[in-house]
Design a protein around this ligand. Structure first.
Ligand SMILES: Cc1ncc(COP(=O)(O)O)c(C=O)c1O
Length: 384
């Protein structure tokens, strides 16, 4: 095996998805709509959706066509592309508070850039975080992360208004409060507004990490849905329907700080992903994609809520919201057994946060997903 730990995307390891290696789907060769095919030619319905990177379904024809056209036009060049300016214009039109945009290739890179901007703008170093923001040093504490970097970050609890009291006072005020707006459940809007207030009061930059939530719970993510205006918003995943693209957008003054520090990446301006994202935005607006995700997700969530009490030994409960939901299980081994059994029934189902629907998930597909999951749960419940 030439790849340490099997794959460069750790959440796609067989151990992560199925708790085991062996008689489970390991590597894919094709994806289309809401279906996947593994190297053995087996077909699966999918609710993992590339870890939320795809909202329109795999290989959406209009996105594929836009990307193919961009590839035939060379894909990359020695000057900034027109598509970059076009997409920035479009995003400023739809993202709350956006006046300027910078593009990146990954979500982790984009959130790291937002934090750099906040530090450069405020002249402060401390950062408060809530949620997952990628693998970069500034927000990790594992092996290889310098203690000095770790000491600059404090985690704050999700949805806890009382815990906000006193967090942004004293000598060492934060440069940024970086928040993932949905963590396992929808946020209490009172909490979101309280986070906004704390950031304003102490002069910190409020960064909403909307990598999973924009282009999903609303086009403009939690900021649009719960009317909380961030100073910076981070986009990724579904924005280019699986093509590698992320972005930071926000107020002009703050974003222009980028010209006073060094933030730059050679392939941030390849135009295949930019063209894909322009096509994605067009489809989201024309086909009211977020309404579809809410409707299809509601059918899925209702299915999970019906199944949960029917399998009391295996299932603890249901978490999430229609667009991003999952079951909790009585034990880790049970969650793994359910994922393995679901795959045997032709379903890739995430055993923890989150399962996602896409535009390709019609009601009939979602009903089929629930039926296959029920078959898997029936097998596992017998062995619990
Ligand atoms: C909220 C959030 N922020 C940041 C990231 C990191 O994005 P990427 O894996 O594209 O670097 C993720 C990825 O799951 C995410 O969900």
């Amino acid at each position: 095996m030439r790849i340490p730990g099997f794959t460069s995307t750790r959440s796609k390891r067989p151990e992560a998805l199925f708790g085991s290696v062996g008689d489970v789907p390991m590597r894919l060769v094709r994806a289309d709509g809401c279906r996947l095919w593994d190297e053995g030619g087996r077909e699966y319905l999918d609710t993992v959706m590339a870890l939320g990177a795809v909202g329109l379904g795999y290989a959406h024809p209009a996105v594929t066509e836009a990307a193919e056209r961009a590839m035939r036009d060379g894909g990359v060049g020695s000057l900034a592309p027109v598509a970059e300016a076009m997409l920035a214009e479009e995003l400023c039109f739809v993202m709350p508070g956006a006046e300027r945009v910078l593009f990146f290739k990954t979500g982790a890179e984009a959130v790291a850039a937002a934090v750099r901007l906040a530090r450069a703008y405020t002249g402060r170093e401390r950062v408060l975080t809530c949620g997952y923001h990628g693998w970069h040093d500034w927000c990790q504490h594992g092996l290889g992360v310098p203690a000095a970097v770790r000491s600059l970050r404090t985690e704050i609890p999700f949805n806890d208004v009382a815990a906000l009291r006193g967090i942004a006072t004293g000598d060492s005020l934060p440069a940024a409060i970086v928040v993932e707006p949905v963590i396992e459940v929808a946020p209490d809007p009172v909490w979101l507004r309280a986070v906004r207030d704390v950031a304003t009061r102490c002069g910190a930059v409020l960064v909403l990490d909307e990598i999973k939530t924009a282009f999903r719970i609303a086009l403009g993510g939690a900021a649009e849905r719960w009317e909380v205006e961030p100073d910076l918003m981070v986009l990724g995943k579904a924005m280019a329907n699986g093509f590698p693209l992320a972005a930071v957008c926000g107020h002009r003054d703050l974003m222009e700080t980028a010209t006073r520090t060094w933030i730059s990446s050679t392939l941030a301006t390849e135009w295949v992903s930019l063209a894909a994202a322009l096509a994605v935005l067009d489809i989201y607006r024309r086909e009211r994609v977020c309404d579809h995700l809410e409707a299809a997700g509601t059918v899925l969530l209702a299915g999970l809520e019906r199944l949960a009490p029917a399998f009391p030994k295996a299932v603890r409960g249901v978490r999430g919201m229609p667009q991003m939901c999952y079951l909790t299980f009585s034990r880790e081994e049970v969650s793994a057994a359910v994922a393995v059994a679901a795959a045997r029934h032709g379903l890739l189902f995430k055993r923890n946060a989150y399962n996602f629907v896409s535009l390709a998930h019609t009601d009939d597909v979602v009903i089929d997903v629930v039926r296959r999951l029920e078959a898997a749960l029936t097998e596992v419940e017998r062995t619990c």
